[in-house]
Design a protein around this ligand. Sequence first.
Ligand code: HEM
Length: 372
Amino acid sequence: MSLPYRPIQWNESKVLYDAVIAAGIIGYLLVFAAVSLATGPRPDLPEAGALLTRASGSLAILMLHALLAIGPLSRLHPGFIVLLANRRHLGVATFLIAGTHGALATVLYHSSGAMNPLASILIGNGQVLSPYEFPFEVFGFAALLILAVLAATSHDFWIACLGLARWKRLHMLAYLAYVLLLMHTGLGTLQSSGNPIRALLLAVGAALLIWLHWKAARIERAKDAEIHQTDVDGWLRVCRAEEIPENRAVIVNAPTERVAVFRHWQGVSAISNVCAHQGGPLGEGVVEAGCVRCPWHGALYFPHTGASPPPYPKAVATFNLRVVDGVLYLHPTPNPPGTAVEPAARPVRRGSARPAATAPGSQPASGPKEGS
Ligand code: HEM
């Protein structure tokens, strides 16, 4: 069965995100040019080419730092989730700038000899034993290949093709690209200028990224370590229904995965905390127009079925809940994705004996918004 390819669904936030990226790129290049002109002689054409190579290279590595920082930052503060929503656009832009740098460097430094430019980059310099002469461009080339693969597979179509887990593993290669680029820029700095400020900036950038990832991992580990009491049948104690804020969730650590327990207009429902789109934390989302909205990319799910509203085919696992003495208990065994479960602790309307909610499986009060 072939998967349908749907072009990018442009919306206001994506256009704004891309406009900010474009403005940032233009601003950086202008500042780079102004500083170069202010601190050095007016460049001729080859020097201008070399300047543009350095400007695009340094911009690409800066953008890669931003890309790798957004994930842990949004674990540390929800204010950064807005940057996460269209992070793939930043990834593609990073590849385009890095590709510009690679192409300029290839033309400037590898196209005037008798050797094929690609062969010149890969095997033109055999000085592999000295860091002062090592062919550092090979690392840049390898990193550029990785960035190209990541940019080419950034569309949702590839998540559907490869499956979320495999797609995520593939995109972890961004860290390998980063390490290769540390070697590329570190050795390049050593060989071209030995400029301590450039080396220091690189070290600070790497240290900052390591610290952010360590801090975010510590927070996640602490959340995983929260033990939920179980009763004799293995049901996990959650809390009283009224302790869950309206249209929000509490996240429960079941033995195998995190579960988001939502209080919504029909009662309380439990679904997997992991969004089927890109693994976003559903329990940090809200219920809007009858659907849970993923905080990362806005994918929607009915809380009582775990299924996305039509025409979206995504679904996450649901979990069974029961109420004992006013306390919610969750059974940690997931139901198959999209399985309807009657909401627990259904609210009773004042002055009426009937529950306010409609039957599970019914449509939300107003039409759900489109997922990303
Ligand atoms: C085909 C791939 C690549 C080639 C042939 C290449 C080549 C070069 C060369 C020759 C330099 C030294 C420029 C100079 O000192 O004037 C350089 C520096 C640099 N490259 Fe690359 N590069 C490649 C890929 C990349 C990629 C993918 C990135 C980042 C995403 C990158 C980031 C940098 C940085 C940050 C510098 C130092 C810039 C500066 O002087 O401030 N390069 N590269």
